[in-house]
Design a protein around this ligand. Structure first.
Ligand code: HEC
Ligand code: HEC
Length: 277
């Protein structure tokens, strides 16, 4: 692993702005045209989806519903939607309707603060809360095919809708914690999330182009993983890249980071299931 070397090498000289890739036709903001963040204290002048930095054939794979490999998990989620499980004898459909149109917009505004518990809740957690409390069924393991399938299915109902999370009021301390995490240097390589994703996006790193590390496409199908993965799996991978100890998926640290990251990408369209290298 010689990221530092790569990052400090001649590749950095490549202009920002990014000219190398022809972006597939898609009308969405942050995908063909950058978003100018509304928040005055936003650190980026322009916000771009990771789609922009993906290889052209990867973009094409995402764009075509039939070649998007993440759609197989979407279909798993769709099947599970009406599957009765647990002691209450219910399925998701029993309460939320046969088609999942009741889920439209939900994926764009999560994670949210559950004020009663004083904890952030993301889509993966929210689904499990319904399983344990409303269905009296077992929760799904993080990154199991069921959890991924249902998270993809639920989030896909918001495809194209702009990410819009609440970060003020009671959510503010969680937002601040996530922000702190983002800028904190860690690991043997002593690098923060910001070192790579704010300082060097648009630069080539080996076979890939460094993106802004946005979260709007998650769970994402990664060609390298040969399956989809949660955002927290990605956090864990990025922590390990700098040889820092990852936190647990679903931990308070990663939930706060998830909230902060969603704010950095506010306005980007939900792309789930996105495809990335
Ligand atoms: C017994 C009824 C019941 C069942 C079964 C159920 N839910 Fe729910 N679900 C609810 C209720 C009630 C809420 C809270 C609604 C609210 O917050 O407005 C909710 C909320 C949610 C939310 C958050 C919606 C929002 O607007 O924030 C998601 C996502 C969700 N459920 C997914 C699921 C999934 C997926 C399943 C199946 C695995 C499921 N639910 C099963 C009753 C149920
Ligand atoms: C050493 C550089 C480096 C650091 C530090 C780093 N990442 Fe990454 N990250 C990458 C690379 C390389 C990729 C894959 C290409 C890309 O999308 O940038 C990536 C991808 C991602 C993605 C997926 C983007 C997408 O569109 O699918 C997210 C999200 C992400 N990183 C978040 C983070 C967070 C949060 C941190 C801090 C905990 C972090 N990264 C730290 C190098 C880094």
């Amino acid at each position: 692993m010689n990221f530092t070397k790569v990052l400090c090498g001649t590749t950095i000289a490549m202009a920002l702005g990014y000219a190398g890739i022809s972006v597939a036709a898609s009308g969405a903001d942050g995908v063909t045209t950058p978003i100018k963040p509304a928040a005055k204290d936003h650190p980026l002048e322009e916000v771009w989806s990771g789609y922009k930095y993906a290889a052209t054939d990867t973009q094409a794979m995402q764009d075509d519903e039939f070649s998007n490999p993440g759609m197989a998990w979407h279909d798993t989620g769709q099947e599970l939607w009406s599957k009765v499980e647990g002691d209450a004898g219910k399925s998701c459909a029993s309460c939320h309707g046969d088609d999942a149109s009741s889920m439209k917009g939900v994926g764009a505004r999560y994670p949210i603060l559950d004020e009663k518990r004083g904890k952030l809740v993301n889509i993966e957690n929210r689904i499990n809360m319904c399983r344990t409390e409303n269905m009296k069924a077992k929760p799904w393991k993080y990154d199991s095919s069921q959890s991924l399938g249902m998270s993809i299915f639920v989030k896909a109902q918001s495809q194209g809708m702009p990410v819009n999370v609440k970060v003020d009021g009671a959510a503010k301390p969680f937002f601040d914690k996530g922000k702190e995490f983002y800028y904190e240097r860690r690991g043997q390589l002593d690098m923060a999330c910001a070192t790579c994703h704010e300082g060097y996006f648009g630069q080539r790193v080996r076979m890939n182009t460094l993106s802004q590390g946005q979260s709007n496409g998650f769970p994402t199908y990664r060609l390298k993983w040969q399956k989809p993965g949660s955002l927290h799996r990605r956090f864990s991978g990025c922590n390990k890249q700098v040889r820092a100890k990852p936190f647990k998926k679903g931990s308070d640290e990663y939930l706060a980071l998830e909230l902060y990251l969603a704010w950095r990408g506010a306005g980007l369209p939900v792309e789930t299931p996105s495809v990335r290298n």
